[in-house]
Ligand binder design. Structure first.
Ligand SMILES: [Zn+2]
Ligand SMILES: [Zn+2]
Length: 200
């Protein structure tokens, strides 16, 4: 399985590229599409989906360009779908960008399973950082967006963030996973569920 992380975008968010058997999936879109496409070309991957862990600008800023260049379908949780078209709730207005994007091609919900090149991706709804935040479990790995970081978690003071919800999401949806589960966050270095468990 191909797994690459790019973090060279203007907001230093992590963009993950997963692939297998010639098919690929991109998690978040905060990196220049040309850089993503060179990884896809190198690994001979056709992208089926762009999965957005949530709708904040640092994770969606290149989503339209990336969809145009790859033809992939953009999927997000319905609770964060409005952020694509609203520069206030996606936070871009606070960076003086006033960015809005095309609507998503479809919605993700808790328990959904997506298959790409034989890789199974399980969607886990983890509200708190935003109400439509999701994590994506792939075997013994989990992509946590801005819900769980190495030695931290996402802020909850943005539009629809909720402190109680993020604690509940982490405790009930993430810390129930095995200690050895590898965590790939939306910012910063990877960690494990076992290493983060000590903080809760
Ligand atoms: Zn965020
Ligand atoms: Zn972020």
């Amino acid at each position: 399985m191909v797994l690459e992380c790019l973090d060279t975008g203007m907001f230093n968010s992590n963009c993950y590229i997963l692939g297998n058997n010639g098919e690929g999936v991109i998690i978040d879109s905060g990196v220049e599409p040309d850089e993503i496409i060179s990884v896809l070309d190198k690994n001979k991957l056709i992208v089926k989906f762009i999965l957005l862990t949530h709708g904040h600008i640092d994770h969606i800023c290149f989503v339209d360009k990336l969809r145009d260049k790859t033809g992939a379908k953009v999927l997000i949780h319905e609770n964060d779908s409005k952020k694509l078209i609203d520069s206030v709730s996606n936070g871009s207005i606070f960076f003086g960008l006033n960015s809005s994007f095309e609507k998503a091609d479809g919605f993700l919900k808790d328990g959904d399973e997506i298959e790409v090149g034989g890789i199974k991706l399980e969607i886990i709804h983890t509200p708190g950082h935003s109400s439509g935040s999701i994590c994506i479990k792939v075997g013994d790995k989990i992509f946590t967006g801005d819900t769980l970081f190495k030695m931290g978690r996402g802020r909850t003071d943005l539009s629809d963030g909720n402190e109680m919800e993020i604690f509940a999401s982490i405790k009930n949806k993430l810390l129930v996973l095995e200690d050895k589960t590898l965590v790939f966050p939306g910012h910063g270095d990877e960690t494990t569920i076992g290493a983060e468990r000590v903080f809760y």
